[in-house]
Write a protein that binds this ligand. Structure first.
Ligand code: DGL
Length: 262
């Protein structure tokens, strides 16, 4: 039976990166309520242990469940790689994770060379290695851990972004990839700058659109698809003024955020 008001969609990331996923989900599901949490008190997630990531992800999920979300999108590759299975065991709501788009990349590559740009933690995760084994077995995959890039996006530190992108895109080109997977949710905000450096012949994939489609599909199945007026609530465990400032620039409209204690 369809409810009068649907439950909010919850999303979280270590920081502003998850907003790239939020944007895609919102494009496909505009009549929904959203609650987004950026765990900026603990960014970058790449430096945490699996236990820490499981613990943080569980605390955030509890926080979002108190706000009565009906579905959770883990809008972070690192948290997905290290804590998704744990969350699914602990909580009963549908939980969608974000993993690098290796499967579509394996279908699209012509020269069988794929570069996955991600945080160093995602690059060395067993989860990603298994994904490659499953979907890109006969491909040459470079796992490129881009140290510091997500931090630079967090603060929109343009100088560091430029230096790091020069370095990492050169590695992609030297490797000879014809397909690049953006395996960190912070990176879609850098797509134009990456494209400028690697040229238009190399295709760039991210997971945002696929996650949006999956979210829509699950909501259809659970029949939790009554319309709401769009309400977006943003929380950060860090500094709300700083988050609001950077998020407004990335989303290209003015948002405000609240402090979350998880
Ligand atoms: N956006 C996160 C991801 O997709 C960044 C993780 C981090 O804070 O290291 O992996």
């Amino acid at each position: 039976m369809t409810k009068n008001k649907s439950s909010p969609i919850g999303l979280f990331d270590s920081g502003v990166g998850g907003l790239s996923v939020f944007q895609e989900v919102k494009k496909l599901l505009p009549d929904r309520e959203y609650i987004f949490l950026a765990d900026q008190a603990h960014v970058p997630y790449g430096k945490k242990t699996q236990k820490e990531l499981q613990n943080l992800s569980a605390r955030i999920t509890k926080f979002l469940l108190e706000k009565e979300i009906g579905i959770l999108v883990v809008a972070c590759n690192t948290a997905t790689c290290y804590a998704l299975d744990y969350l699914r065991q602990m909580f009963k709501i549908p939980i969608i994770g974000v993993v690098p788009a290796l499967k579509p990349a394996a279908k699209l590559t012509k020269n069988n060379k794929i570069a996955v740009m991600s945080t160093p933690a995602t690059a060395k995760s067993t989860y990603l290695k298994n994904l490659a084994k499953k979907f890109a077995q006969n491909k040459d995959v470079m796992f490129l851990g881009c140290k510091g890039l997500e931090d630079a996006v967090e603060t929109l530190d343009r100088k560091t972004i430029k230096t790091l992108l020069d370095k990492y895109t050169k590695e992609v080109c030297d490797f000879g990839a014809d397909t690049v997977v953006l395996g960190c949710t912070h990176y879609p905000f850098l797509k134009t700058q990456i494209k400028m450096r690697i040229g238009s012949k190399i295709q760039i994939l991210d997971s945002g659109r696929a996650i949006a489609k999956r979210t829509k599909q699950i909501l259809k199945k659970t029949e939790d698809n009554a319309k709401s007026t769009i309400i977006e609530t943003f929380y950060t465990t860090g500094n709300p003024d700083k988050f609001s400032q950077v998020a407004s620039q990335l989303l290209k409209y003015r948002i405000t955020s609240k402090k979350a204690y998880i």
